[in-house]
Design a protein around this ligand. Structure first.
Ligand SMILES: Nc1ncnc2c1ncn2[C@@H]1O[C@H](COP(=O)(O)OP(=O)(O)OP(=O)(O)O)[C@@H](O)[C@H]1O
Ligand SMILES: [Mg+2]
Length: 275
């Protein structure tokens, strides 16, 4: 009798401790998200002020080559900083549930090709071979967010693959899933890091190659956006130097209207020798 009571008491204690630990972890997580949101907002204002000050200098400042180049550099770096801040705010908003998706039925083949073309038009894909294989498949998605997912994965693929490497983008259906895959022939990922790829850098050690800059939040954002759509994202790599593939799964829906079922194959970009 005595023994049973003791065991029960121990079990209750354990349960209580587990609940406490969980509550603490959740509160730490919330605090981190609130901190990110606050940091993002705080950084926004000075950035906006710097941009407008540069515009003033454009009007009244010196117009010689050195001054023009210096102002260009400021503008360029501020734009980059602005993008980083947007990423931070996005992470915070997605986490706190502040992001509301505006979903519509879309043929992912078309949407993904548009994202690739957009990035291609900035010249950033020029140094790699880009191979797009897209079969019509439909999903209910927020076009802006889908573009963000694809752009993040593509940007990573070119960032972590030497010039001349190949980036393969595939879109298609697998049973009840719409699939978007981005594979590269780049630096690859050690097996020990695969489970942490979608965590924020503070959580998993992702210090693989941070020489390229960036906050290290792109993949976290990709995963959260995929999950907001009721989907998920996976990563595959056979190891360092052997390339990687990121695969996004989204719930598939029936086509909104009849589509040409022929598969589309397009190649954008070209092989460029390393500079
Ligand atoms: N295609 C890839 N091949 C190899 N490693 C990758 C690839 N994509 C991401 N990684 C690794 O995962 C890390 C996290 O990627 P993530 O996109 O979250 O951050 P980032 O690209 O460093 O910065 P940003 O916030 O600008 O996206 C990268 O720093 C890199 O080490
Ligand atoms: Mg990235």
């Amino acid at each position: 009798m005595e023994e049973r009571r003791r065991v029960e008491q121990e079990r209750e204690d354990l349960l209580m401790r587990a609940q406490l630990a969980r509550a603490e972890a959740e509160s730490a997580n919330r605090a981190k998200d609130e901190f990110l949101a606050m940091l993002g907002h705080e950084l926004r204002n000075p950035l906006a002020a710097i941009i407008s000050a540069v515009s003033v200098l454009d009007r009244i400042g010196q117009q010689d080559g050195v001054a023009l180049r210096a102002r260009d550099a400021i503008r360029h770096q501020i734009t980059h900083l602005g993008r980083l801040v947007d990423d931070l705010l996005d992470i915070a908003h997605v986490t706190s549930g502040d992001i509301v998706l505006t979903c519509e039925p879309l043929n992912l083949a078309t949407s993904v090709q548009r994202s690739v073309s957009n990035l291609a038009s900035t010249g950033r894909l020029e140094r790699h071979v880009i191979d797009v294989r897209a079969e019509p498949v439909w999903a209910s998605v927020d076009p802006t967010r889908l573009n963000q997912i694809v752009a993040n994965l593509l940007t990573n693929a070119i960032k972590y693959t030497s010039p001349g490497g190949t980036i393969r983008i595939r879109v298609g259906g697998e049973e009840d899933q719409a699939i978007v895959g981005v594979a590269d022939t780049g630096i690859g990922i050690p097996p020990s890091l695969l489970p942490y790829m979608f965590d924020l850098p503070v959580q998993g050690d992702k210090r693989l190659d941070r020489a390229q800059g960036g906050l290290g939040v792109g993949l976290t954002l990709v995963r959260r956006l995929a999950e907001l759509h009721g989907g998920r994202v996976q990563v595959f790599s056979e190891g360092p130097g052997r390339g990687s593939e990121f695969v996004v799964h989204l719930p598939r829906i029936e086509p909104a209207k009849p589509v040409d079922s022929q598969s589309v194959l397009r190649v954008i970009g070209k092989v460029a020798s390393a500079r």
